[in-house]
Write a protein that binds this ligand. Structure first.
Ligand code: ADP
Ligand code: MG
Length: 319
């Protein structure tokens, strides 16, 4: 199977056509038609075997997650997803792996309506780069720099599930109830659901947003730096799933929820008065976890308002 067979077989018809694609896969480049009065929002993420996933990971999960992390970035900007490209490097054309990968990728693409419009296929160490594009009405993108003193800090969904799944590793859990819960955590790690609908709904309501990939503390820090403000987070308000509550060690909970990565939830800063209105528009729970304050520091408070120790950086690359 040469490169062109591979593209035809797995990728050319993976996603349904869209009216805003004038020319998709098959030419030297794609032609896209952003709606009048909109700006194009572009983001790229790379997943490398041995670093972001293991060589023997389920290829469906790899395909799903490679797109999910990009859709999560678009959601955090308030963008509506439209198009993506795929640069795929594989050691060899393994039909089982490619079919699985395409199935996972295609499932999430169809669910969110995003179209694959081009890419590149090369031979080498397994890695996947996706560039995703979306649109926002001009001037309406949500940035990291808009948080204001007095804003509520809110998060979608629950925190810590993926980090706990990673922590618990592949070890078999005892008992059936436990394994069902462990399965739920693993799904959160391997098949994160990007908050695409929430992304479009939060536009023009929130002042700043970021998606949570490296842990709440480290990611919120980016908003604080960009907005030149501080924040206080309330440890007891951080939302946890039933599976997380059942399987996490109480000693480790806070660390997993504050510094664990891979949540792919959204962290939002908005006027406290706007929370109820936003909640009605969302298809996912929204929890108020803290406030934006003057200064630069990020403080984590316990239920009595006492300051707790916190690694302010979450998980960092290149350390
Ligand atoms: P070129 O040599 O002009 O870069 P390629 O031979 O790399 O073109 O690709 C042929 C066509 O297939 C192009 O339209 C390209 O965007 C598309 N393509 C290549 N690899 C992929 C892929 N992995 N997924 C989707 N489209 C791809
Ligand atoms: Mg090429």
């Amino acid at each position: 199977m040469d490169e062109f067979d591979l593209i035809r077989r797995y990728f050319s018809t993976l996603t349904p056509p869209r009216a805003d694609v004038a020319l998709g896969i098959g030419d030297d480049a794609a032609l896209l038609r952003p709606p009048r009065g909109h700006e194009v929002v572009v983001t790229t993420d790379t997943l490398i075997a041995g670093r972001h996933f293991s060589e023997d990971s389920d290829p469906q999960a790899v395909g799903w997650k490679a797109l999910a992390v990009n859709l999560s970035d678009l959601a955090a900007m308030g963008a509506e997803p439209r198009w993506f490209t795929l640069a795929l490097t594989v050691r060899m054309a393994d039909p089982d792996w490619l079919a699985g990968f395409a199935a996972g990728l295609g499932a999430l693409a169809r669910e969110t309506g995003i179209a694959l419009v081009g890419g590149d296929t090369t031979q080498g160490a397994l890695s996947i780069t996706i560039t995703a594009m979306g649109t926002v009405p001009a001037g309406k993108a949500v940035r990291r720099s808009g948080a204001q003193v007095g804003d509520a800090v809110c998060v979608t969904g629950t925190l810590g599930d993926a980090a706990l799944a990673l922590r618990l590793g592949q070890g078999e859990a005892r008992g059936e109830a436990q394994s069902a819960e462990l399965e739920r955590l693993r799904t959160r790690l391997h098949r994160p659901v990007p908050r695409v609908a929430a992304g479009a709904a939060l536009r023009s309501v929130v002042h700043a947003a970021i998606d949570l990939s490296d842990g709440l503390a480290g990611d919120l820090r980016h908003i604080l730096d960009a907005s030149d403000v501080g924040a206080e987070l309330h440890a007891h308000r951080l939302p946890a799933s039933p599976a997380f509550k059942a399987l996490s060690d109480p000693e480790e909970r806070l660390k997993l929820q504050v510094s664990g990565g891979d949540d792919y939830e959204l962290c939002l800063c908005l006027s406290p008065r706007a929370i109820a209105k936003l909640r009605k528009r969302l298809d996912v729970p929204l929890t108020e976890v803290g406030r934006i304050v003057k200064g630069k520091s990020l403080k984590l408070l316990d239920v009595r308002g006492k300051v707790l120790a916190l690694d302010p950086y979450g998980y960092r690359h290149f350390t």
